[in-house]
Write a protein that binds this ligand. Structure first.
Ligand code: ADP
Length: 266
């Protein structure tokens, strides 16, 4: 039973054993609570779009709208919510596979600059549509990185997508250079709404949002950064976040680089 505790009375081996048992029970309890919280979260996240789908399809079915315009509006909501549902399910599936260690990464020596450039290119149209520019400053001839190209792209696409979604004016800057201790460093910086300092420790958690409504409005699932963090970990990298409300957010991602430099590995 997880909720019973062993009374620790002595400071000897028996005492430390009792302490160890208590610690283990604590860990298990936390795991159990996280699990039920996780399922509660999933149900909630799935229910929200479904409620919209049910409601608006009923309005259409019963012809409870006044104008064609109104009808179009409801159809648009149904379309958006269906898309959100698909994204949510895809993300959940992805994350659960990763957590079970079932995602096989295809490791090879890769030119991360090329991948970052591709990601910038792919997202720049979306940025432009919002009147934002993505500026990229990428150092040439960086050492190669040991990773999975597609998974790397997923990381940068996700971070850039967030930067665009949470920025209303200004722009996004991407910098890439060789860092200290033989690392390759990527900075993704935006001039967006920012994240309050007290929320920063939690943003890589599943379903964590700074504000539910703000994420909804921006089309988020609350899983993007959890996936990013997992992918960074799997490829032996680190990710840090710095932010100031209404000023912007900066993500710094680092990966260990090939000690032999770029050319040796070709
Ligand atoms: P979501 O799908 O809600 O965007 P994420 O896991 O990608 O979920 O991000 C978690 C939360 O972190 C978001 O809901 C948002 O509040 C905050 N966030 C992430 N990236 C940024 C950013 N570039 N600027 C401001 N807030 C951000």
């Amino acid at each position: 039973e997880l909720d019973t505790r062993v009374e620790v009375t002595s400071g000897d081996e028996i005492g430390s054993l009792a302490q160890a048992v208590n610690d283990l029970a604590n860990d298990l309890r936390r795991y159990r609570d996280n699990r039920s919280e996780f399922f509660a979260n999933i149900s909630h996240e799935l229910r929200t779009p479904i409620t919209y789908l049910e409601g608006y399809s009923k309005v259409l079915k019963d012809r409870l709208y006044q104008t064609e315009e109104e009808k179009e509006q409801y159809l648009e909501i149904i379309h958006q919510e269906s898309k959100r549902l698909t994204r949510l399910i895809d993300d959940l599936f992805e994350l659960s596979k990763m957590e079970e260690g079932k995602v096989g990464l295809n490791f090879e020596w890769i030119d991360l600059a090329e991948i970052v450039e591709n990601s910038v290119q792919k997202t720049s149209l979306k940025a432009k549509a919002k009147g934002l520019e993505i500026k990229a400053d990428i150092q040439r001839d960086l050492p190669l990185v040991w990773g999975d190209g597609l998974r790397m792209e997923q990381i940068f696409m996700n971070l850039l997508d967030n930067a665009i979604r949470y920025t209303e004016q200004g722009g996004i800057s991407v910098q890439m250079r060789s860092g200290d201790r033989g690392q390759v460093e990527v900075l993704i910086e935006d001039t967006g709404i920012g994240i309050p300092e007290e929320e920063l420790p939690y943003i890589f958690e599943r379903f964590y949002r700074v504000e539910k409504s703000r994420s909804r409005e921006h089309g988020g699932t609350g899983l993007g950064l959890a996936i990013v963090k997992k992918l960074v970990d799997l490829q032996h990298g680190t990710i840090e976040v710095f932010s100031q409300v209404r000023k912007g957010t900066r993500f710094v991602i680092k990966f260990p680089a090939s000690p032999e430099g770029k050319e040796e590995q070709r």
